[in-house]
Design a protein around this ligand. Structure first.
Ligand code: IMP
Length: 423
């Protein structure tokens, strides 16, 4: 298998970092293609925890090249801090190990201010991470964005920022009344950061193309999940990028023979952080129990994640949208400690039974229909020996039959080693 993608099949936080990190051990390039430091990938190796926000998970492997593709939005200050943190943890990030597309978009102070001010003032909050993601993608689409290559020419940078600020200035002054740096101050700050990042910057498109031509193994590392996709997700409660199958194509480049395996990472239950519809959300103490045992706090913002029962109509939809060829079922150790198991097999929606979601449906109006399964109580020890109880098998069978995709990977703990391959 030369080229694989790892995609979140829910609302993010499915445990993609762990799966990516596992495959990165035998991969030549790991590529981020969308999102920014709104993501938080927690990786635990030998008990040591590393949280990556922007830098691809391949960075922990010496043999692996990490690429930040042109579809990513980069906060230069956050990236600099992440580089420092990695250095502090003894992970040397050389320019031979990390490459950043010169065409990636820059998250400016203005984008962050706008994100936070809008959320603060809105009566219908999205619950964004406040990292400036949405406004940066808006600038990109409006063709007013700052690109990484702009950081290296002080005058050009200032003039682009001046232009970029023209409309935002009205919002900062009159609508939100927030203080903001002048274009000159912001240009100086970004230019200083640019000097630090410059050694890592280049043409990642041809780097990836040549790696592909040379038969290298490439792993496309998704951030967030299909249900947060700007086009396929639970709009407007989504992020601003294509988190799904299209993302690698538009945000990094995919070359012959194309992506051969798309692994959808699925948490054994479902979580969501931020606002928005969540049909199978649990409001009773079981939800709190899952949240506590699963340590369900956002890796980026520390917010509590909402917890819910497995949702097959959503998973079927995600599998179809993202062309999933395999499922990786994670956090089984958490669900195995819960004495009840309900699985949503269909929705009641507008008076009909629906077993497949679609873009634009009113997710607030769906009523989940549940099947109660016998809970499983497999231990990490038994799973480590590859022993799967009939109860867990029944849950896996139900998922595979409903979705039509095989569960090829089971993950039952936070460590890289706590993974079982079923094929
Ligand atoms: P934004 O990406 O910061 O604009 O946030 C938009 C929505 O996506 C919010 O509901 C966030 O909570 C959610 N979101 C963004 N990044 C992640 C992530 O990495 N995991 C889970 N949710 C995320």
């Amino acid at each position: 298998m030369r080229s694989i993608a790892i995609i979140g099949a829910q609302w993010g936080d499915e445990g993609k970092g762990k799966i990516t990190d596992y495959f990165a051990q035998t991969t030549d390039c790991v590529v981020r293609f969308q999102g920014g430091n709104n993501a938080g990938h927690t990786i635990i190796v030998g008990g040591v925890k590393t949280v990556l926000h922007l830098i691809p998970s391949g960075i922990l492997h010496n043999n692996c090249l990490s690429i930040i593709g042109h579809g990513v939005v980069v906060d230069p200050e956050a990236l600099q801090k992440e580089l420092e943190n990695l250095a502090g943890a003894g992970v040397a990030v050389t320019s031979a190990k990390l490459r950043i597309s010169e065409n990636a978009s820059v998250i400016t102070t203005y984008c962050k201010l706008l994100d936070i001010a809008r959320e603060g003032a809105s009566s219908k909050k999205i619950g964004t991470t406040g990292r400036g993601i949405g406004p940066t993608y808006e600038d990109k689409v409006a063709r007013k964005g700052i690109k990484i290559r702009d950081l290296f020419d002080r005058d050009r940078l200032e003039s682009k920022l001046q232009e970029n600020l023209r409309e935002k200035e009205m919002l900062f002054r009159h609508l939100y009344q927030v203080a903001y740096p002048s274009a000159s101050e912001e240009a100086q700050r970004l230019w200083n950061l640019g000097k630090i990042l410059q050694p890592y910057v280049g043409d990642t498109f041809n780097l990836l193309r040549n790696a592909s031509l040379a038969g290298k193994k490439i792993l496309y590392e998704g951030a967030q999940g299909v249900l947060l996709d700007i086009d396929y997700g639970t709009y407007p409660y989504v992020t601003s990028s294509n988190t799904s199958f299209g993302g690698p194509y538009t945000g990094a480049g995919v070359f012959a023979p194309g992506i051969e395996e798309v692994i959808g990472v699925v948490k054994a239950y479902v979580t969501r952080v931020g606002e928005g519809p969540f049909p199978t959300e649990i409001f009773d103490p079981i939800g709190d129990k899952i949240q506590t045992i699963g340590k369900e706090f956002g890796a980026t913002t520390g917010r509590k994640r909402r917890c819910g029962w497995p949702d097959l109509p959503l998973l079927r939809y995600a599998a179809s949208v993202a062309h999933l060829t395999a499922l990786a079922l994670t956090k089984l150790d958490v669900l195995s400690q819960v004495e009840e198991l309900k699985v949503c097999y269909a929705y009641e929606y507008q008076g009909q039974q629906v077993d497949f979601a679609y873009p634009g449906m009113d997710w607030y109006q769906v009523r989940p229909l549940y099947r109660t399964l016998e809970p499983f109580s497999d231990t990490a020890q038994s799973l480590a020996q590859g022993i799967i109880s009939p109860q867990l098998m029944a849950y896996i069978d139900l998922m595979e039959t409903a979705v039509g995709v095989k569960v090829k990977i089971l993950a039952y703990g936070a460590d890289r080693q706590e993974i079982i391959f079923r094929s």
